[in-house]
Design a protein around this ligand. Structure first.
Ligand code: ADP
Ligand code: MG
Length: 709
């Protein structure tokens, strides 16, 4: 390893001492003990500066505090025993395979440590040595064993080392725990002291937070579980507090900086819109409409998230808002995540607006340049009232004459930033975003903390029950027999093929494979269609149209049909290799059936070898049809990543907080952030300079906070 000390910046006499901020920004390669080669490996972990290394938190800890006698060992926990080496043996089984065994004695009890394929371990031991072994033991053949234990060599019988919690860091190939520990410790030692406390003494006391100077060494090298807990609490609070400050700041910025046209729904407008619908609104829809109407009537741009299960009738609320907007002389845009959905929304609008003078336009990818130019000209001239399209198409180069409202369907597919894209100067349209992926409260507070949330809980009348079955490999035959019966009776079915990989290529291949298998096998007697992401928009639309018209009886697809698609005659949903899907996604898929007059049937086909957790998830899915319950369960089981990949929401990942376990701290941090911001909007007070800087460094970019304060 090349030595880095010669080109360390501190050795080249700077003219003035570095400020703390400059010190912390020292490139990681210059941190003592790192050097250029390891620095490159650290970059892969997104560690670029001394500060990044200091705040590279352990992902877990190895508990070496459970120190036991051999007589008290169990097979459940990582435990540490002490003993004297009495025998060392090494065996090679050829083909490069070997086992090293080290037998230690403790009184009249023994434990044997084993290393597989690490012949060099043999050289590290000598008879008579005093050692500590830490690991999870097994009782085998009448004796305790530990495979690959952690070893501490002691100086002699008097050596009583400190039993500790050993930090375990995320690693990358080429770096060992030991090396990372050393480097982090070095960064903490050489740069930790320049960090300044961001919290006031009052606040530390009020929230029972460990001061930074104590918490920093404690998080990386805790004495015991209690100290670790306190240190962790401090950093989790800080992380969530900064995030909440950013969210509050963003909201403030939107309210202070932008004006939206007040769109008042007079009783007359309200009544006229209501008459367009062929059904009564549910109580939930009426409440949601009232909230939306109140927002629209104000000059502060609406920023509302409307969430509700698939089929809960969100579109009604959105259409209402759009029609109010048009009635007040402004334009509205509806953005859908896929072209299929955009078309479907256009059809809904068409039937609703048959007898009205509202001018609407579907803006999709397949238009000719000439058609598109004409459409854009009409929109810019205000000749079009409503524009429906995919979000990409609507955003590109569309200029509106008088844009009053933007509705975004399926918000979880959109980044936070995209919402800002349609603003012009100080003018902002109202925003309504809809999602059918129920969002656990913690997540919506975190990611959409700048949105007001309306939830549709009840379903419109006439929704049919969907019965869900977990179909194991042995029952596949019986299930397809059932499906054939339904198809013969004139019904239709969806088959969703496994999501093998994120890559469209592989997903398409697996769909093609399922299509071949079914159309030559179980469903050979029926008309089977296929749709997947690699088809052109035209091909997709055609496949969809054929299915809608009943020309194809079965539609094999990737999860592109996940959102929004509505074919009332399709009452069967088959999800292949369902264990690969998240619960929220399964729920979305199931929501495709049971929409019309027909009861729905959903089969989740499980692969051969299910983990216990996968089985539990599928069973839970079959048991409940409450999307919120499932979302919460998914969140608890798989974490938030599933719902909101970082690429999707555009926020940097959390470094230490775990939203599953830290909900209480999140609530505290949110409350405090709101109070602090209310007392000092823009965080201008000198007391808040550091907080403000942290907020901008971390979230300024992702949340467009550049002009706060
Ligand atoms: P979402 O967008 O929430 O999935 P939709 O708005 O598409 O749900 O509504 C699902 C179906 O229920 C649509 O066919 C719609 O026409 C119908 N629907 C919505 N609201 C009502 C209602 N109050 N009464 C009867 N049917 C309704
Ligand atoms: Mg919808």
């Amino acid at each position: 390893m090349a030595s880095s000390s010669s080109n360390h910046p501190e050795s080249s006499q700077p003219r003035r001492p570095l400020t703390p901020a400059e010190m912390l920004a020292t490139p990681v390669e210059f941190v003592r003990g790192v050097g250029p080669q390891r620095a490159e490996l650290l970059h892969r972990l997104d560690i670029r500066t001394a500060s990044d290394l200091i705040f590279f938190f352990p992902r877990d800890y190895e508990d070496l505090t459970d120190y036991r006698d051999v007589a008290d060992l169990d097979e459940e926990n990582i435990q540490t025993i002490r003993g004297q080496v009495v025998e060392i043996d090494g065996r090679s089984s050829g083909f490069g395979k070997s086992v090293v065994g080290v037998l230690v004695r403790q009184g009249n009890l023994y434990l044997r440590a084993l290393w597989f394929n690490q012949p060099f371990m043999r050289e590290k031991f000598a008879e008579g040595q005093q050692v500590l072994f830490s690991g999870k033991p097994r009782f085998k053949g009448g004796r305790w064993e530990m495979a690959h234990p952690r070893v501490t060599w002691l100086d002699g019988p008097e050596d009583q080392p400190e039993m500790r919690l050993l930090p375990l860091y995320p690693l990358t190939e080429g770096l060992s725990q030991y090396q990372v520990r050393k480097m982090v410790a070095s960064a903490v030692e050489h740069y930790g002291h320049v960090l300044e406390e961001v919290f006031s003494a009052d606040l530390l006391q009020q929230y029972d937070l460990m001061p930074l100077a104590e918490a920093l060494p404690a998080i990386h090298s805790p004495q015991d579980a209690q100290q670790l807990e306190r240190a962790r609490r401090r950093f989790v609070f800080q992380e969530l507090f900064i995030l909440q400050l950013a969210v509050v700041a963003r909201r403030w910025q939107q309210q202070v900086g932008f004006r939206a046209p007040p769109l008042v729904a007079t009783p007359d407008i309200h009544a006229r819109i209501q008459r367009l619908f062929p059904f009564e609104w549910t109580a939930g829809q009426r409440a949601a409409i009232a909230e939306v109407a109140a927002d629209l009537a104000g000059e502060t741009p609406m920023n509302r998230l409307l969430q509700g299960d698939v089929g809960s009738g969100k579109t009604v609320v959105a259409l209402y808002a759009m029609l109010v907007c048009v009635a007040r002389g402004y334009q509205a845009a509806l953005m859908a995540p896929t072209e299929i959905l955009a078309r479907q929304h256009a059809e809904t609008l068409a039937s609703l607006l048959r007898a009205s003078r509202v001018r609407y336009l579907l803006l999709v990818g397949g238009m000719t340049a000439k058609e598109r130019a004409a459409a854009l000209a009409d929109i810019a001239a205000g000749k079009i009232d409503l524009v429906i399209g995919t979000h990409a198409v609507v955003q590109e180069d569309v200029r509106f004459a008088k844009l009053g409202l933007v509705v975004i369907d399926e918000q979880h597919k959109f980044g936070v930033r995209q919402r800002a894209a349609l603003r012009q100067g100080e003018q902002s349209p109202h925003y309504l975003v809809m999602t059918a992926t129920p969002i656990p409260r913690t997540i919506s507070m975190t990611l959409f903390g700048d949105l007001d949330v309306t939830t549709l809980r009840e379903m419109p009348p006439g929704r049919q029950e969907v019965r869900t079955y977990v179909v194991g490999p042995a029952e596949h035959g019986r299930w397809w027999h059932f499906v054939r019966g339904k198809l013969q009776a004139g019904r239709q079915a969806y088959v969703v093929a496994p999501l093998v990989d994120e890559s469209e290529n592989i997903a398409a291949a697996s769909v093609a494979e399922a299509f071949e298998r079914l159309s030559n096998g179980e469903l050979a007697a029926f008309r089977v269609g296929i749709i997947h992401g690699r088809m052109s928009p035209g091909e997709k639309e055609e496949a969809m149209a054929r299915f809608r018209a009943g020309d194809t009886q079965v539609l094999v697809s990737t999860s592109v049909i996940e959102v929004g698609v509505d074919v009332p005659n399709a009452c069967i949903m088959v999800i292949d290799s369902a264990e690969r899907f998240g619960l929220a996604q399964l729920h979305q898929l199931r929501g495709r059936v049971g929409r019309g007059k027909l009861a729905g049937f959903c089969a989740v086909m499980a692969g051969e070898e299910l983990t216990e957790q996968a089985q539990a998830r599928l069973d839970a899915f079959a048991r409940t049809s409450d999307g919120f319950e499932l979302a919460e369960m998914d969140f608890q089981l798989r974490g938030p990543g599933d719902l909101f990949g970082t690429q999707q929401h555009g926020l940097p990942p959390l470094r230490i907080a775990d939203l599953r376990h830290d909900q209480k701290i999140l609530e505290e941090a949110r409350r405090e952030a709101k109070e602090l911001f209310a007392a000092d909007p823009g965080l201008k007070s000198p007391d808040h300079v550091r907080l403000r800087r942290q907020m901008l460094v971390r979230y300024g970019n992702a949340l467009d906070l550049s002009d706060v304060g």
